[in-house]
Every structure is written in structure tokens, then in C-alpha cells.
Design a protein around this ligand. Sequence first.
Ligand code: HEC
Length: 194
Amino acid sequence: MKNRYFFLILIIFGLSLSSCVQDKNNPGYAYMGKHDMYYTKYYKAYSPNPVLPNGQTDQPAPVGSVARNQSYFPFHPKNIAEKVADQTKAGIELKNPIQPDAASLAEGKRQYGIFCADCHGVQGKGDGHLYTAKLFPAKPRDLTGSYVQNMPDGSIFFIITEGSISGLMGPHGVQVTPDNRWKIVNYLRTLVKK
Ligand code: HEC
């Protein structure tokens, strides 16, 4: 009698060991594994899909969704009139999320030096090298003057992203990340005091 139990335990022990598989990518035997419960059939991202209305598996992001590390920017002006309206609207709707502390101002200064100073000058007076050396024909705006300093942060953020209304200053939305655009805006506020 005792022996029988011993063998039974030995068999169960053996079975439990045999279910351990060395291959880490193989989940081993699964109860009801033949059915779809463990190994779900699925559509690959780029395969056609008969279930979804547009026939594709990978769906476009919903309208208005904001990608990770991006900020809310609902403006896509198609002409000058829309750009004028959006620049004002951006000043009302967009809130600067970056605190102007020492670290973020230092980064704003660095970004300004990379992306803006060539035209606007190190001090922001509109006398950057590209202009004074006659390499860029249009007079860059004096960023320390009241025209820019009286703009809300959101409008300046809009100008960096989309360019100036006339288009003489091109858009920098592709080059400068949203957070860095806000840091530049904060840095511009410090230029006026100098
Ligand atoms: C290639 C030269 C150039 C660069 C680079 C440049 N700007 Fe400008 N910027 C201009 C010119 C020219 C104007 C005047 C635009 C106009 O009259 O439409 C201007 C105008 C502006 C204005 C005022 C908008 C207006 O309607 O006049 C702001 C604010 C501004 N720039 C900020 C920046 C910031 C911040 C950067 C860096 C991210 C930058 N600019 C980079 C040339 C440049």
C-alpha cells in the first residue's frame, strides 16, 4: 500500500518536472491549449483586417490625440487669415507648462543660441549674424521690444512653431521640441530686463 502512494507521488513529481520547458519563448503545455483560449489568433499590425470598417489592422490615431511627449497644439492654419486668427487664439488657449527656474532658463538660453540667435542676435535685438552679414535679407524682429514682449506666451510659442505671419521667419516646430519652445519663450522674457 505504502509503495503505491510512493509511486503515485513519484509520477506526479515527474509530470510536474516535465512541464518545465527550457526554451524561454515556449510557454510549454497548456490545458485546453488546442483552443483559442491560450493562443489567441490575432491580426498583425500591417495585415488586412476584415473586422474593422476601413479594412486595416493598424488604426490611425483618433483626431485630437496627443502623442507622448508632445503638447496640445490644435492649430493648422491653411492661409494667412487663419494664421492671424490662430496666433491670437494660441495666446489665449495655450498655457506655458514650464516653470522659469534656473535649469529651464539655462536650457532655454542654450536652445535660443542654437535656433534663434543667428537671426535675432545673442541679446535678441534683431541684429544676428545672418542679418548683419547680409546672408538673410529680412530684418528680424527685436525680441526685446514691446511688440513681442506684450504677446502672451502662447502666441510666441505659435510663432516658433508655425513661423511669422508673413512667412519671412519660417516655422521651427520640426526642429525644436514643444518643451524647448516653452523654455525659449521663458528665456525671451529675461532678455528684456538687460
Ligand atoms: C532665419 C532667420 C530667423 C530665425 C532662425 C528665427 N527668426 Fe524669428 N523672425 C525672423 C524675421 C525675419 C522676423 C520678422 C518676421 C516678419 O516680419 O514677418 C522674425 C520674427 C519673430 C517674432 C515676432 C513675429 C512677428 O510677426 O514679427 C518672434 C516672436 C520670433 N521671430 C521669435 C523667434 C524665435 C524664438 C526663434 C528661434 C526659435 C526665431 N525667431 C528664429 C527671422 C528669424
